[in-house]
Ligand binder design. Sequence first.
Ligand code: SF4
Length: 472
Amino acid sequence: MKSTAHAFSAHARAALQDQSLQAALGRVSGGFADKRREAVAALPEFDALRARAREIKEHTLAHLDFYLERYEERVVAGGGHVHWARTPQEASRIVVEICQRAAAKRVTKGKSMVGEEMSLNEALESEGMDVVETDLGEYIIQLAQEPPSHIIAPAVHKTRRQISELFRAHHQNYGLPERASDVAAIVNEARDVLREAFVSADVGITGANFLVAQTGSNVLVTNEGNGDLTSSLPRVHIVTAGIEKVLPTLEDVAVFLRLLGRSATGQEMSAYTTLFTGPRRGGEPEGPTQYHVVLLDNGRSALLGNEFHEMLRCIRCGACLNHCPVYGAVGGHAYGWVYQGPMGSVLTPLMVGLREASDLPNACTMNGRCREVCPMSIPLPTMLRRLRMREFEQKLTGARVRWALAAWAFLAARPALYRHLTGAVAWGLAALAGRRGRLRRLPFAGGWTAGRDMPAPAGRSFMRQWRRRGMQ
Ligand code: SF4
């Protein structure tokens, strides 16, 4: 997917004016957060599981080469093939060639964020293949020709009315002229259309939630069962995954499954958890005859052991998005690439470059909720601060901000002058606010009062009030 992360500010401004988007965001993100809270409260050992998952992941990352090689051995022993790709372009070329060798005309796909990194749909379509997304959310945005706006709910930005209109516009060829307007009818309509795609596909492509080194299995978690039909009906099954998805054993996977559903949608478990271990074996009547796994690096190995290493623990649950006030206000498209919200604000600059995505580390209020709810305890705010520091060091920060930071650093190193000046500013603002006690406009900082009045400062600085109360 081509990045437009450099235009975050413009996207965010447009998103705030988009009434349909605001209605869709208001309804859905709150729901996920409430359900997560209830699910976590009902599982007393949630924090213990979280600590165990972190341990498992850190151990695996410390021995990543070992576990990946072990995984490859098991896949090959089961009759499958493993392909290694450094870049998204390399990975999509590998997938296209497998499809071409299979003389594929139609390809079905399950949801895969790595597939988005690879721009896989575009690559397959440019070679004349018919690509059908089978996850309902992905199918909706494919019809709308839009990228996903949430890593677990790709069409979360769409209202029911918009989806109903989209289906009416695209499904008339299937003999479905009536507009479906309630949720059940919309889902049934998609099911009718997708059923034909499932049985006629030559190749099925899915992502992977986890890869198991012990058995060479790929663990896929969905709520719709579309991943199972995508992988088991076509002649060829291709799995696309990032190299950090590997876990040592099936027992380890069980720990992560208990965290994933609860953190993502508030479910104890997602509806379908399937393990795929190679193509059909001799004598089996069904299943793919070819099984390929394409493992993508795309900058992941460069993170091992550096200051962003902990990001490799991410299991793409989406909890940080669901609890982020910035994501909740502007939605996922504003972030301009595959990943959104706090995890996207860290990953996108690391994968597409800090210069391209320099706004993202600043699209954060540092409230810390993402860190609190992350099942893998990833210190997202700390990493966003590190990215800001990198921006400053690489002179990507704007002149005004650099000037302001330099002035602040100068003052902070001179406490007496700092206290004197901040005291004077607080007094000045209080005087400006007068009896109203609120400021309608701020000199040099109009953005703070563009949407609401600002309460006037107390008139004296915190330090001065502290001293007056005899606390120092
Ligand atoms: S950073 Fe944490 S909360 Fe966000 S998607 Fe990854 S695992 Fe989930």
